[in-house]
Design a binder for this molecule. Structure first.
Ligand SMILES: [Zn+2]
Length: 157
């Protein structure tokens, strides 16, 4: 997407987690813990991919896009279809997107990427002022809602 910026890639974390899984340091149950909420989001708003699930290898991964930002009001934290994002990006000044991959068969899930979208990018190039703050507050809220894999590090179940 043209206005995508402040991209954070989580593929290293994902690879490390998969390595631990294959080494037996962590169990499948610890990483295949997609909530019913996340599985529903994958089913109704997910973007199908051709990529096989790295854990069960039985199903292809689905990407779920969560959106965060003050301008979204009550829509903040919702999953949206990928096709809806360019429309929002033209309407809103700035919002954060979190991309989570989900296997609907074994419930593997991992945050793979986050980035900012919005009209702001069309006028000014980089705006370091609010961007970092927005990113950190958005990821904070993201952790509370917990569609990502981060909740397992907090020790709940
Ligand atoms: Zn799977």
């Amino acid at each position: 997407m043209r206005t995508q910026r402040q991209v954070v890639d989580y593929s290293l974390q994902k690879r490390a987690l998969l390595r631990d899984l294959h080494n037996g340091k962590i169990g499948t149950l610890e990483v295949c813990d997609a909530s019913p909420y996340l599985k529903n989001a994958a089913r109704f708003h997910g973007e199908p991919t051709d990529e096989r699930c790295p854990v069960c290898r039985r199903d292809n991964l689905t990407l779920v896009h969560y959106i965060y930002g003050d301008e979204l009001k009550q829509s903040a934290g919702q999953a949206r279809k990928l096709a809806e994002l360019p429309v929002l990006a033209m309407t809103l000044r700035e919002f954060q997107v979190f991309v989570v991959e989900v296997c609907q068969t074994c419930a593997w899930n991992h945050l793979i990427e986050q980035y900012l979208l919005g009209r702001d990018a069309l006028s000014t190039d980089e705006s370091p002022r609010g961007a970092a703050a927005a990113a950190s507050s958005a990821s904070g809220r993201h952790r509370e809602t917990g569609p990502s894999s981060s909740h397992r590090r907090e020790g709940r179940q």
